[in-house]
Design a protein around this ligand. Structure first.
Ligand SMILES: Nc1ncnc2c1ncn2[C@@H]1O[C@H](COP(=O)(O)OP(=O)(O)O)[C@@H](O)[C@H]1O
Ligand SMILES: [Mg+2]
Length: 276
């Protein structure tokens, strides 16, 4: 659409968790390092907390890439709230095992499932694969039994080593939810946080995404200092909001044949598209 006009090979501000676009702000780098450490040092359970749109799901994908997808077996559960407690366990088993499970719920009850999981974990470990369970949007889980089930899977150990790493990702209310299950809370051995980006990071974040999308570094900046201020003000430093705004600004700028994104263009986009 507007790619050619802005000298881009692809759209730079898509709201998808594509690790190619990862901008390593200090805090993203810190979180990635800690999560990776939790896995490689066999710490059992790690937690990543941050507001909506700050990069948690993206970091999960980047982590799996960094660890090497061929070196790990992982279950990546993206909507845990839609799964009742036994279903959650089934999803974990399905992710970690290449073999299919019977489809009907009644065919596998919770206890045999735990047994099955144990076998899978041991087999994977024997094959030299790290077992990782990532629960995204963990804060959306309402059923305390699901948290209990997550705690249970941490019991799988062999020779005093955890057979899997459980990573819980979620919005700030996750902290309190996990605290309600004391034994689980006590198992969280690594805690990481993501907060919104500061102005300097938003600037670097935008430049980084434009560069990955193919904009030549020799080209004039699209967003100048004033434009950046307007973006920071609207987005409050949340990458998802930066993306939404910048995409619409590029589109509108193209329609108006603008040479760059003036602050007036940014304010008019916020108003016209009812961004709030
Ligand atoms: N550090 C980052 N580098 C590049 N893009 C990012 C970064 N953090 C967030 N994003 C982008 O912002 C959007 C929202 O990120 P996401 O990981 O879905 O947030 P969350 O899971 O915390 O709600 C995605 O398009 C993602 O690619
Ligand atoms: Mg997410």
């Amino acid at each position: 659409m507007y790619e050619q006009y802005w000298q881009l090979k692809e759209k730079p501000f898509q709201n998808t968790p594509d690790p190619r676009y990862l901008y390593l702000s200090g805090q993203h780098e810190d979180a990635l390092m800690k999560l990776s450490y939790a896995v490689t040092q066999n710490m059992g359970c790690g937690m990543l907390v941050g507001v909506f749109g700050c990069g948690k799901t993206l970091l999960a994908n980047a982590l799996l890439n960094d660890l090497g997808r061929e070196r790990v077996r992982f279950a990546f559960i993206t909507s845990p709230a839609s799964l009742e407690a036994p279903e959650l366990l089934r999803a974990v088993v399905r992710g970690l095992s290449p073999q299919a499970l019977p489809d009907k719920k009644s065919d596998l009850l919770a206890d045999p499932l735990l047994e099955k999981l144990n076998t899978i974990l041991v087999d994977n470990a024997r094959d030299g694969k790290e077992n990782i369970v990532i629960i995204d949007e963990t804060h959306t889980i309402e059923d305390p039994r699901s948290f209990e089930q997550l705690r249970q899977i941490l019991n799988f150990q062999s020779e005093n080593k955890f057979l899997l790493t459980l990573l819980l990702f979620g919005q700030p209310e996750l902290k309190e939810k996990v605290e309600n299950n004391k034994p689980l809370d006590q198992r969280v051995a690594m805690r990481c946080f993501l907060s919104p980006l500061g102005e300097d990071d938003v600037d670097k974040y935008i430049r980084h995404r434009l560069k990955v999308a193919g904009r030549p570094e020799s080209a004039e900046p699209i967003f100048d200092k004033e434009a950046l201020k307007a973006i920071v003000k609207y987005s409050a430093g949340i990458p998802r909001r930066v993306n939404t705004l910048c995409d619409l600004v590029l589109m509108t700028g193209f329609a108006q044949k603008a040479q760059k994104a003036e602050p007036e263009l940014i304010s008019s986009v916020i108003k016209d598209f009812n961004l709030s």
